[in-house]
Design a protein around this ligand. Structure first.
Ligand code: ADP
Length: 890
């Protein structure tokens, strides 16, 4: 070596050679300045200083080679020709081992300086090359080929949570998210082969167990021989980014889904109006496969979008339109049918943060169905004769159908947006507002009122209105009922007229029967009296005929009066306590005589449960029904028997229900005539009328009476075999305590079975010295009654009106008064009042018995209420008269 470096010249010659052997070679001049270096020396300095652009030549030894300064000083101080040394020094935490020799030549000093780094030091040094290790945001980790961590910067501490002291010397595999460390092993294998790993995304495990995403770059580290001795990992935490991206991806996916799945057709244009995309619904609506098939793909050129909408979009306003689209005009439409569709489009310009349009969004809905229905409803309402209208809550017409013109003469335009009150008849305001109030309550109502026509007339409209609260509207359908109202009015008038006529008829019948009854009473009374005198057999027979004829005539009049009262609705039952058995007994006794005369067997049966106690009902009317049926049975039966039955049948009402039957073995009723039976004035056969007589009213009256007693009437009959008439009636039970007094009132004499027995004899004259005042304006009645009284031995006085009656009463000692109700000057009721008033002072009470031609229900109560004690029905039955006199005078 000494020879080699004899002269600088030689040295320069040798530099090239020295470079090749890789030993750093430094030439130092006498001023202790670096004069020349070989490339290995440059590499060494770069490696130590980590500065590629380091200038070495011309620098002082102390300045650039400070780390061997002591050795250099030693060499200079002793002026020795060569000095070999070894030196260990830490530069930037890396332990360098130097091995060098100073050689003094003639002009210069030669320094041969070799250096050596341990493996770890080497890795550290390599890492230092990154220079930014500690200040870096990135985790910089140095590891050997087996993955043992050698270096660990602050960012790594922050990212992974391990401190340097915790992790240096441990294997990287503890960071592997696959806990077996497989991922990291694979990575290390890749590095061993000298490959670099760039921008590789991995998942790693932190100290706290959390998984993080990292983007890593790993490069192999080599020693000076070029062997891979470890690697350096630079990793960036991308967890947050990753999450964000994932979120973004998710939301994008979601929005895309919504976009694609939306039933609303969506088309997006760019700011120039060119179509960007359209979703599935849009393509389906227009029957295209993709948006590129669509004929009008520029928003601003589409003939379907009116200019005003385009202008609106240009001025950045949202707009809406309904467009008609003929699918046939679309050349790529898939359906071969000619279809006109309606679409509702909402156009929204989308603006960026500077307010510029970036895209245009069109949302399209197919409203063809709605339109079709609208059209149908429109046709329906416009063709209808009724007025269809919609009103707001203030009563203004929002919509009105064409019928308004037909009915009222106003055009739709004249009518709509006006308030209904403008058209209403002034007299119908109250009723209409009441109707509206209940409409608000119930939600639905029908009412009628009058509306003004254009020609000034009024029409009656019947409205059906209902409310839709959420829309704040009222739907009303109006029908012209003017004709109907006129008809109804006519009918109403006709009905009133008919009712008046009916009342007049009833009144006439009532008056007539009263008028007819009075002379019949006379005839009957006088006949009765005549029959009490000595007569030839022939005379008796004639008078008996007169008597039965009069009775028959009276029955007919009573029937006519009954029917007219029933028809005018004036008929009422007179409910009093009575004994059923007694009522039937009395009737049966009368009829047995008549049945005997015709040689008919007569049987009656009353169920024992009905014979005890009293019932509340109308015994007179019950009698009338039974009498009617018995009279018919007798009339239509020539041989055989008549049977009367009364049996108790159960009733859920708690009332006493009785079923009566009257059966005979008479001529019977043909099947086809049955339905006529219970109708007014109907008889089974006209020829029967001739043979049997009668008015055809009896059964009709019975049916009404039975109905009033909550019962039914029906018949079983066979022609030539007889008939059985049934009827049911309900009565109220009477509690026993009241029974005694009730039955007493009703008691009827028991001896009428044999009339001859009871005919009063003349010999009984003057038995009583009692004076009876007869107040009656009818002379025949005066005569009849006075004769009957005379025959019984009573004294009597006669008054022809109320005033006379009062006068006679005051002037005489009167024991009983028989008071006619209808009398001239002062009627019986008022006369009774006067008499009772005068008696009150004297504290006495003279029995007053009312006499009336035909007592109506309630009349009896009226007579009693003015102070009368009892009443006798005209024609006066002499036996009743005697019984009453007995009752009040004894
Ligand atoms: P009339 O006063 O005519 O008897 P009704 O109403 O009592 O009126 O009877 C109507 C008709 O019913 C009678 O005319 C008769 O034809 C028929 N009829 C009623 N009862 C009987 C009966 N028991 N047997 C046969 N026919 C009867």
């Amino acid at each position: 070596m000494e020879n080699l470096f004899k002269s600088s010249e030689n040295i320069y010659k040798c530099l090239h050679f020295l470079s090749n052997i890789g030993v750093p070679f430094i030439l130092i001049d006498t001023n202790n300045q670096v004069k020349a270096v070989t490339p290995p020396a440059v590499e060494m300095f770069t490696s130590i200083y980590m500065d590629e652009s380091l200038s070495i030549v011309g620098r002082k030894v102390n300045d650039i080679l400070w780390f061997i300064e002591d050795n250099f000083n030693h060499f200079q101080k002793h002026s020795i020709s060569n000095y070999a040394f070894q030196n260990e020094i830490k530069i930037k935490n890396i332990k360098w081992k130097f091995n060098g020799e100073f050689i003094r030549t003639k002009d210069d000093i030669i320094l041969l300086l070799n250096y050596h780094l341990e493996k770890d030091e080497y890795i550290k040094k390599a890492l230092l090359l990154t220079a930014i290790e500690d200040s870096s945001e990135n985790a910089i980790i140095g590891q050997d080929v087996d993955g043992v961590v050698i270096s660990w910067n602050r960012a790594a501490e922050k990212i992974y949570g391990y401190t340097q002291s915790e992790i240096i010397g441990k294997n990287l595999s503890i960071l592997d998210n696959d806990r077996s460390g497989k991922n990291i092993r694979e990575m290390l294998d890749t590095l061993k082969s000298g490959e670099e790993i760039k921008n590789y995304e991995v998942k790693r495990l932190c100290k706290n167990g959390e998984e993080i995403f990292l983007s890593v770059n790993v490069s192999p580290l080599r020693n000076y021989k070029g062997e891979v001795i470890g690697s350096c990992t630079i990793s960036r935490d991308i967890t947050e980014n990753k999450m964000l991206t994932e979120k973004l991806y998710d939301s994008e996916k979601r929005f895309r889904n919504i976009y694609e799945q939306s039933p609303i057709g969506i088309e997006i244009f760019d700011s120039n109006g060119n179509t960007l995309s359209a979703n599935k619904s849009f393509c389906n609506m227009f029957k295209i496969n993709t948006i590129s098939d669509f004929k009008y793909d520029n928003f601003f050129e589409s003939p379907y979008i009116p200019n005003r909408i385009k202008d609106k979009v240009k001025s950045k306003k949202i707009s809406r339109l309904v467009c008609r689209y003929n699918l046939k005009s679309n050349k790529t439409y898939l359906d071969s049918e000619n279809e006109i569709c309606y679409f509702d489009m909402l156009i929204t310009p989308i603006l960026n943060e500077y307010g510029d349009i970036t895209s245009i969004l069109a949302q399209v809905q197919d409203i063809t169905k709605v339109k079709t229905i609208e059209k149908m409803v429109g046709n329906f309402t416009s063709l209808s004769d009724d007025i269809f209208c919609i009103l707001d809550f203030k009563g203004n017409f929002l919509e009105v159908s064409a019928a308004v013109e037909k009915i009222l003469g106003w055009s739709k335009e004249e009518f709509s947006h006006k308030n209904f009150a403008n058209f209403l008849h002034i007299d119908d305001f109250d009723a209409t507002f009441n109707a509206i109030n209940s409409l608000l309550e119930t939600g639905r109502i029908t009412y009628r009122n009058r509306y003004t026509c254009k020609d000034g007339n009024y029409k009656w409209i019947e409205w059906s209105s209902f409310i839709v609260k959420e829309d704040k509207v009222v739907y009303s359908i109006g029908r012209d009922i003017t004709k109907r109202m006129e008809n109804e009015e006519e009918l109403r008038k006709a009905k009133i007229a008919a009712e008046e006529a009916s009342i007049a008829k009833s009144r006439f019948l009532a008056n007539m029967s009263h008028e007819i009854r009075t002379p019949i009473n006379g005839i009957m009374g006088m006949t009765e009296l005549s029959l009490m005198t000595d007569l030839t057999e022939e005379q008796t027979e004639y008078l008996n005929v007169v008597k039965t004829s009069s009775q028959h005539l009276l029955d007919i009049i009573n029937d006519v009066l009954d029917i007219s009262k029933i028809e005018s609705g004036k008929f009422k039952l007179d409910l009093v306590p009575f004994n059923l058995e007694e009522t039937i007994n009395k009737l049966v006794k009368n009829f047995s005589i008549l049945a005997n005369k015709k040689y008919l067997e007569f049987i009656y049966f009353v169920e024992p449960t009905l014979t005890k106690g009293s019932l509340i009902g109308d015994p007179l009317r019950l009698n009338q029904i039974l009498m009617n049926l018995l009279t018919n049975a007798l009339k239509f039966t020539d041989r055989g028997s008549i049977i009367v039955c009364a049996k108790h049948i159960p009733s859920p009402t708690g009332k006493v229900k009785v079923q009566f039957s009257v059966s005979d073995t008479g001529i019977g009723i043909p099947d086809d005539k049955m339905d006529r039976l219970f109708k007014t004035f109907s008889q089974v056969d006209d020829s029967y009328t001739k043979k049997y007589g009668g008015t055809g009213l009896g059964l009709a009256i019975c049916k009404h009476l039975v109905g009033m007693m909550n019962g039914d009437i029906w018949v079983n009959s066979k022609e030539d075999h007889g008939s059985c008439f049934y009827f049911t009636a309900e009565f109220l039970p009477v509690d026993d305590s009241k029974q005694a007094s009730c039955s007493k009132n009703i008691d009827t004499p028991a001896h009428i079975f044999n009339q001859s027995e009871n005919t009063p004899g003349l010999g009984s004259k003057n038995v009583y010295s009692k004076t009876i005042l007869i107040a009656d304006d009818n002379e025949v009645n005066q005569r009849f009654i006075s004769t009957l009284l005379y025959k019984k031995g009573y004294n009597y006085l006669i008054a022809s009106d109320g005033n006379e009656a009062i006068k006679l009463f005051n002037e005489n000692k009167v024991d009983l008064i028989l008071m006619d109700i209808q009398m001239p000057k002062l009627n019986g009721v008022n006369a009774t009042r006067v008499i009772r008033d005068s008696e009150d002072l004297l504290k006495k009470h003279t029995p007053i018995i009312a006499m009336t031609a035909y007592a109506m229900s309630g009349d009896k109560e009226k007579f009693i209420s003015v102070g009368m004690d009892d009443y006798l029905a005209k024609p006066i039955d002499f036996q009743y008269l005697y019984d009453i006199l007995d009752k009040y005078l004894n």
